[in-house]
Design a binder for this molecule. Structure first.
Ligand SMILES: [Zn+2]
Length: 194
């Protein structure tokens, strides 16, 4: 029985690079891989670009209400692994459909994404992944202080902010950026700002 995997981590932990490494390993052995990304992530369009410069074409750029089930017939018996980038942006229903794919089509599904948004609340897709995934793994990244980062902190014009919509893609506006931070640094910024 194939598994549904959730590999999560804070911003800049190398999720896209890890995903492309997995794709490479499959393809090196003559196996077919499908790469899915949500349209919500406008960065790169239908190309996945990692911070260290790896690039790959997205096979399925999925809309927010689009059914993943309609691809099942086309994938059945032909696809060896389904990879999902920025899986937090998928709906609960889409995550359920990926779980069904892993069981019904017996294809491993590996989802990479953030667990929590910039207000430290679970994304809907990530919540469903935590509930359904057969295996959950945390990818590690480091805060500027050197400790392990858990939080994704939003900065606009270089200033910390804790207001706004949960989805605001960095690069969509030139002044938006996110920094991975440890609990202590995040707490100081959030509760001890002068
Ligand atoms: Zn820190």
């Amino acid at each position: 029985m194939a598994k549904l995997y959730f590999r999560f981590g804070a911003m800049n932990c190398g999720k896209s690079s890890a995903l492309m490494q997995v794709a490479y390993n499959y393809e090196e052995n003559g196996k077919k891989v499908i790469l899915i990304k949500s349209v919500v992530d406008t960065k790169g369009g239908n190309t996945l670009v990692s911070r260290i410069g790896l690039k790959r074409k997205v096979d399925v750029l999925i809309n927010t209400n689009e059914s993943i089930k309609k691809y099942f017939k086309q994938w059945d018996g032909k696809v060896h692994c389904i990879l999902v980038d920025e899986a937090q942006f998928l709906s609960e229903k889409q995550i359920e459909q990926l779980w069904i794919a892993s069981k019904k089509l017996d294809i491993p599904v590996i989802c990479y994404g953030l667990k929590i948004d910039f207000k430290s609340h679970l994304f809907k897709g990530s919540k469903r992944l935590l509930e359904l995934a057969d295996e959950i793994e945390e990818l590690i990244t480091i805060c500027s202080c050197g400790k392990r980062a858990k939080f994704n902190v939003r900065f606009i014009d270089g200033k910390y902010t804790d207001t706004g919509n949960s989805v605001l893609i960095d690069g969509s506006r030139s002044n938006v950026e996110y920094k991975p931070m440890c609990g202590k640094c995040y707490m100081k910024l959030k509760y001890e700002k002068s």
